[in-house]
Ligand binder design. Structure first.
Ligand code: DOR
Length: 428
């Protein structure tokens, strides 16, 4: 977009500000300059908002962009473009690249690639750094140096930390550096070589089990360690009723514990494994209906702070392998907003909660001010077309990752792009 942009006659909706009106929005120099009726274009690039909704910029707390090392699955640019197409103004990239992002130099490299992706029209990419060196779970990384280099949080996502002693030390380092720890809580010993939920479907298919207790036990341990270390802990991709209870209890005690849930854990059960095979293989695995309902209830009542995709692209030939040897992961950036908006339309999720879990909640987790639709605020908007019919067709995804158990779902309403300033630095 040019330095001046006029969004004309869109529904501007920012529930935290009590804003809900059809109006024009003029952006100048990366900021919202004016909101009102009949604003003059005056040479600005015009976006016709007719029928569109403009919402505070959505943030995805959990994506795998595979660069460096596995760019045949995704790279920073394809991932950032998929994020923008999917309605996200920013995504938080996990550190489990090859090599992992575990040094200030690697963070600087990720930020340089992110700037290039942004210049091509992608969403902002905010890198995390590894919590332990090489994601090996043995030696905590230098949290202060990683923060100084630009890491927005620390995470060993994909490789849960086995040792309580190592995690405790890493949590103390994170607290001193003022960084949140994004925690993949699944006990590695209980998971062992498990590939599917330990439930009726997984058992009937003879798949090595990954029990629900692996998540609840590790989540409870990690909350206890974070409380003792005084650290901020964010539980990633919560998938079980028991783990939702761990979060609920931590919050009741006033601990700085937050949590996210993915569209697949919110909307699917292990039945999808029978229906879609390896496209439904993911860690943590899809669970049973009681778990799904508990996670959904957590999202509705706010115990779950954020919807995050855990966008985990893999190459088509890798996902074509038999279930137990296909890599875990679902491509989520293109479809997440449309999938959850369908739940808003169905009356199962209030619109204000939808905006909170995609925009304000993720910002809270990161300790950032939320994006705002207000004069003077930095420009970061998610546009939504609430009436557009849309089918989840991975062949049309912007992401290189084409594997999703939502393939073929017909939805009404979808993201219609994002508005971010073009100038680098105007909207960090
Ligand atoms: O399904 C998953 N895939 N879960 C993870 O934790 C890691 C991710 C990946 O990197 O592919």
């Amino acid at each position: 977009m040019s330095a001046r942009l006029l969004l004309r006659a869109a529904r501007l909706y920012d529930p935290a500000l009590g804003l809900d009106r059809v109006a024009d929005l003029l952006a100048e120099d990366g900021h919202v300059a004016a909101i009102g009726r009949g604003l003059p274009a005056g040479g600005a690039e015009v976006v016709e908002g007719g029928g569109l909704w403009a919402l505070p910029g959505f943030i995805d707390l959990h994506v795998h962009l595979r660069e460096p090392g596995e760019t045949h699955k995704e790279d920073m640019t394809t991932g950032a473009l998929a994020a923008a197409r999917g309605g996200f103004t920013a995504v938080v990239a996990m550190a489990n690249t090859r090599p992992p992002v575990d040094s200030p130099a690697a963070v600087a490299d990720a930020l340089a690639r992110a700037r290039q992706a942004r210049a091509l029209g992608g969403a902002r990419v905010w890198p995390t750094a590894a919590l332990t060196r090489g994601l090996m779970g043995e030696t905590p990384t230098d949290a202060a140096a990683l923060r100084a280099a630009g890491a927005v949080a620390l995470s060993d996502d994909g490789r849960p930390v086995r040792s309580a002693a190592v995690l405790f030390a890493a949590l103390k380092g994170a607290r001193q550096a003022g960084l949140c720890v994004l925690d993949h809580a699944e006990d590695p010993d209980l998971c062992a070589d498990g590939v599917a939920h330990d439930g009726p479907v997984g058992r009937s298919l003879g798949l090595p089990p990954r029990p629900a207790a692996a998540e609840a036990a590790q989540a409870a341990r990690d909350v206890a360690l974070a409380a003792a270390a005084g650290a901020r802990l964010h539980l990633q991709h919560v998938s079980t009723a028991a783990a939702v209870e761990v979060v609920r209890e931590a919050r009741r005690r006033g601990l700085p514990v937050t949590a996210e849930a993915t569209p697949h854990h919110l909307l699917l059960t292990e039945e999808a494994v029978a229906a879609f095979g390896a496209a439904a293989r993911v860690n943590p695995p899809l669970r049973e209906e009681g778990d799904r309902q508990a996670v959904w209830q957590g999202l509705v009542d706010g115990v779950i702070d954020a919807v995050a995709t855990d966008h985990a692209p893999h190459a088509p030939e890798e996902k074509a392998a038999p279930f137990a040897s296909a890599p875990p992961g679902i491509s989520g950036l293109d479809s997440a907003v449309a999938l959850l908006f369908a739940e808003v339309r169905a009356g199962r999720l209030p619109l204000a909660a939808f905006v909170d879990r995609f925009a304000y909640g993720p910002a809270r987790v990161l300790g950032r001010p939320p994006e705002r639709i207000a004069e003077g605020a930095p420009l970061a908007l998610t546009l939504l077309d609430p009436e557009a019919p849309w089918e989840v067709d991975p062949d049309r995804f912007a992401s290189r990752g084409r594997s999703t158990p939502f393939r073929g779902r017909r939805l009404t309403g979808r993201p219609a792009g994002i508005l971010l300033p073009k100038e680098e630095g105007a909207c960090p």
